[in-house]
Design a binder for this molecule. Sequence first.
Ligand code: F0G
Length: 456
Amino acid sequence: MLPSCEPYKIKMIEPLYPSSREERELWIKEARYNIFNLKSDQVFIDFLTDSGTGAMSDRQWSAIMSGDESYAGSRSFHQLKDTVKELIGFEYLLPTHQGRAAENVLFSVLVKEGQLVPGNAHFDTTKGHIEFRKAIAVDCTIDEAYDTSKPHPFKGNVNIDKLEELMRTSSDKVSFILITATCNTAGGQPVSIENIRKVKNLADRYGKLLIIDAARFAENAYFIKTREEEFKNKSIRNIVLEMFSYFDGVTMSAKKDGIVNIGGFIALRSKKIYQEASTFNIMFEGFLTYGGQAGRDLAALSQGLHESTEFDYLESRISQVAFLGERMKSYGVPVQEPFGGHAIFIDALKFFPQIPREEFPGQTLVVELYKAGGIRSAEIGSLMADRDPVTRENRFPALELVRLAIPRRAYTNNHMDYAAAAVGQAFEAAQNIRRGYRLISEAPIMRHFTMELEPI
Ligand code: F0G
């Protein structure tokens, strides 16, 4: 058998500036050791996020040119509506400008003060929109997710016993159940159909809605095909349809598996909820047939959804992420396994065991990767975990991770080789670094975006 490779070739390129270590040391100091403060031209390989950073296809660019900019009833909206119906089987569609906007609109209908929203680990903005309404996001992810070296094919799964216990004791307070697939917070880890069926069964028994945060639904479907015996001979399209068939509603950040630079949507089965959400959509996002997007954005998204649900694309995408993971492992770098769908996560506590958590070993690693190779990554650790809202003490989550998120169709495997070598070099020099960073300024919430640091 021949090896698999990308089912596309490159038509347009964007030059990158290969800076020197001396330049990067100066730039990161000027940025007060916060990689969000860097100019993108100062970054060689940008693994900050896979959100809105993918490369569109020639067909998507053609769709841009034929987008219909009518305020109401746009042809591009109807195209997208048909695509959503065809690929995921939902009748009602509300476009939004991105994923968190979909959360804002739908939760305005569904979430009330004091309620609970259980599920696998909620993404930050999802949790934010739940907590903003004085409700609680209850994390019911399986325990295996929190051990970076423990093998499990579906680390994004919901712990059914924990969810059942919660439903038994407090179902009256539960607003709905939410599954995020793949589960970004747990490391881009997938959720199995077997698990979704069990959650659906519980939701039905207690008369609750089941909602999916579908940002990376196609990557999740790929893992189902390749890891869940029952589905190995099914097509991605069939798996996607079956996966969505268990849900009552969808929030989507199209910046991931829509392969567009901006966009999102809500999809629903209930006309009643659609009508209630429509009012909020008009208030927050725009009229029902554009919701904060240009007609051309809707057209590109419709095409992007067709492309992201092709097996050959998904195979090359997920293989590239795994390629980076394997290369990093070959340098001895401690990474989360199995590898996620959109990112490789480094275990910073194993990379820098000598640096106390109060000195932010995750962020220390982010800075070292930037200095070593101009690689921009993201800390998912104690800076991001913020302070306890009551005691104002730093919170130290179970894991201190650094995420290297791979944009879709944007980099080649040579870039992955380069990045892995840079990480390997930083790993070799890791024992020479004894101290981390201290905060010199921070915002009261979401501090990691704007904080300033200095080396200790
Ligand atoms: N849900 C998940 C699972 C996400 O990963 C994100 C965004 C959102 C919702 C919110 O969508 O950004 O379009 O408003 N994740 C990005 C990331 C930001 O880097 O992981 P959005």
